[in-house]
Design a protein around this ligand. Structure first.
Ligand SMILES: [Zn+2]
Length: 151
């Protein structure tokens, strides 16, 4: 797993770069045009996303993003939190897990019509490609991920 690489397409020159997973947190740049890749760091824990950081953290992410829309008063959201922590750890370098508090970030929540909580939004290349509403057990989320990451 230490020599795993992730394929990142440079948004400036279009070159495809294969970046070792172990280098993702070192601020890697495009091999051709030297443009730094934005939001490339893939911490092994969920990233807090806000209305302000949404475009950078989610839409511009070269990695697919699983965004958890949650609220503090939502008990099922609390039940899902450990599942998302585990997924962020086991999918490091292949997936970014983000958490969006819908009460604090109403712009993004309403833009994506988040009606029920929790809602999982699956983003690739700045677009939602799948959605899952309601608390799901980990194997169920992994079934979504399997399909998401294969597509
Ligand atoms: Zn480039």
């Amino acid at each position: 797993m230490t020599d795993a690489r992730v394929l990142i397409k440079c948004r400036k020159c279009g070159a495809r770069n294969r970046i070792p997973v172990t280098r993702l947190n070192d601020g890697p740049r495009c091999g051709r045009c030297k443009t730094p890749f934005p939001s490339i760091a893939t911490p092994s824990r969920p990233v807090v996303v806000s209305d302000r950081t949404f475009a950078d953290e989610v839409l511009a992410s070269p990695l697919p993003v699983l965004l958890d829309c949650w609220a503090a008063w939502c008990a099922p959201c609390g039940a899902m939190a450990p599942v998302l922590d585990e997924l962020a750890r086991s999918y490091t370098g292949r997936l970014k897990v983000g958490k969006l508090n819908v009460d604090q970030n109403p712009v993004t929540a309403s833009r994506y019509n988040v009606m029920s909580l929790p809602t999982l939004l699956f983003f690739r290349d700045g677009k939602v490609v799948d959605t899952a509403a309601g608390a799901l057990p980990k194997p169920e989320v992994e079934r979504y991920l399997y399909r998401f990451l294969a597509g």
